[in-house]
Write a protein that binds this ligand. Structure first.
Ligand code: IMP
Ligand code: MG
Length: 183
């Protein structure tokens, strides 16, 4: 992709709206986990931009770690197959785990991850997502902390990619249909 502007249809969620959303979630999480041992677990790669912003709006002590999964390959549709590429390093026993994701689409990735982590018997496993496309769910899954609900469109920016590109766009943008329909 040579020109990001040419691939983008429009801005769906502005930087300002994203900032307000991150502050709201950070405040709520700080309140809910006050005095509790908290591990914030970011899902790579998409979740890393949101994760970096979110932890700085959380005002209570926390441990941070990442897991890496792959579910999409180079397509814009979920394959339904979740591959764990990097596991968590920190001990989860006796701690509350908060998974931080960029977006929930079919819900397959997070239901797999939630089950996997719950099997390790931490005190709790909850989900925080920046964006949510509830219309596309294939499994029953609701985020405990949800940033902004968006319509069923393929989006890029704020950590989300198309073909490994465009994660560095600061706002959330709708990808032009002809960009991926030409594939
Ligand atoms: P799910 O398993 O279908 O819920 O998909 C979750 C993952 O798919 C997210 O972590 C994203 O990496 C990716 N994804 C889902 N929708 C989009 C999108 O609109 N743009 C970019 N990536 C997406
Ligand atoms: Mg992802």
């Amino acid at each position: 992709m040579s020109n990001m502007d040419e691939a983008v249809e429009r801005v769906l969620v502005s930087e300002k709206e994203i900032r307000a959303m991150v502050e709201r979630l950070g405040r709520q999480i700080s309140k809910d986990y006050e005095g509790k041992p908290l591990v914030v677990l970011g899902v790579l790669k998409g979740g890393f931009v949101f994760m970096a912003d979110l932890i700085r709006s959380i005002t209570i002590p926390l441990e941070l770690d990442f897991i890496a999964v792959s579910s999409y390959g180079a397509s814009t549709k979920s394959s339904g197959v979740v591959q764990l590429i990097k596991d968590a390093d920190v001990v989860l026993t006796g701690k509350h785990v908060l998974i931080v994701e960029d977006i929930i689409d079919s819900g397959l990735t997070l239901s797999y991850l939630k089950n996997m982590l719950e099997a390790r018997e931490p005190l709790s496993v909850k989900i925080c997502t920046a964006f949510d496309k509830p219309d596309r769910r294939k499994v029953t899954l609701t985020a405990d902390y949800s940033g902004i609900t968006i319509p069923d469109e393929y989006v890029v920016g704020y950590g989300l990619d198309y073909n490994s590109q465009m994660r560095n766009i600061p706002s959330l943008c709708v990808l032009k249909r002809d960009v991926y329909e030409a594939k």
